[in-house]
Ligand binder design. Sequence first.
Ligand SMILES: [Zn+2]
Length: 274
Amino acid sequence: MGRRNNRYLKFSVAAIIVLLLSFFYYENNQRRLAKTMEDNAYPETSETRIIATADTQENESTTAVTESTEATAESTTPSTKDATKNAAENLSPQTMKEPMKVNGIIIVNKRYPLPESYAPGENKEALSAFKKMNEEMRALGLDITSEYSGYRSYEDQAALYQNYVADDGKSEAEQYSSRPGYSEHQTGLAFDFINTAGELVSSKTEADWIAANAHRYGFIVRYKEGQEAITGYMAETWHVRYVGKTDAEKIYKQKVTLEEYLGVEGGDYSSEEQ
Ligand SMILES: [Zn+2]
C-alpha cells in the first residue's frame, strides 16, 4: 500500500469516527430534550381543570377568591429564625395547625408542609400582581398566554400526585410533583406561566425575562438551577411565588433561595411516607 493510500485510509477512519460521535451526541441530546419536554408538559387529564386565565377581559369568576387577609406582608406568627431551625422533623399536613411563617412570609417545602385543611384560595394581591406581569409579557410579544396554573387545593394536589405516581412511579414522580400538602400552589401565592403551546414556560427568552423581572412585581422564581439541594426541587423557570416587592427585591439581589433568606431548613422529605 502506498504512502498516499495509507494517508487516505487514516483520514477516512478519522472521518468515520467523528461522524459516529456526532451522531451519538445528537441522538443523546434529542432523547434528553424529549424527556425534558415530557416532564414539562401538562398531562391534559389532570391539569385542565385547574388552569385559569389572567386575561382581565375574560370572565372574572375565575378570579373570585376568598376574603383571605393572609397577605404576605402581615406578620401573624411570631416565629423567630432560631426557633425554626431543626424544628422541621416529622411535620405532616395532618399535624400542622397553621402554615409555617417567618417574618410574615409563608414557607412551604419538603420539610414544612401546609395543614391539610388550609384552603385560602387565590391570594388577591398576588393574583393582581401576576396579571400585571402577565400583561407586560404579552405586550412585549413573549410566548405567554393569559392561562396559568395558580391556586391548587390539598385535594387537587392529592389527585395530581396520585396520577403522576401511577404513571411514572413514586421516585420519578417526586422529582417534579409535590406530595399533597407540600405544594406551594396550596398557598394561593404561586403561579405557573403557560405558553401558546399549552406548556409550562421553559424557553430561554421567556425564562430569562421572568428571572430578571419577577421581583418588580413582588415575585421570586422559587426553584432555580443550582439550588435543588436547598429547595428540594428541580429548576422550574415557569413557577413564581409572591412574597411582596420589598422581600422579592432583596431575594433577587442576594441571589438566595427563600429557605436561605428566611433561615429555615430545606432539602428532601424527612420521611419516606406520603
Ligand atoms: Zn408551579
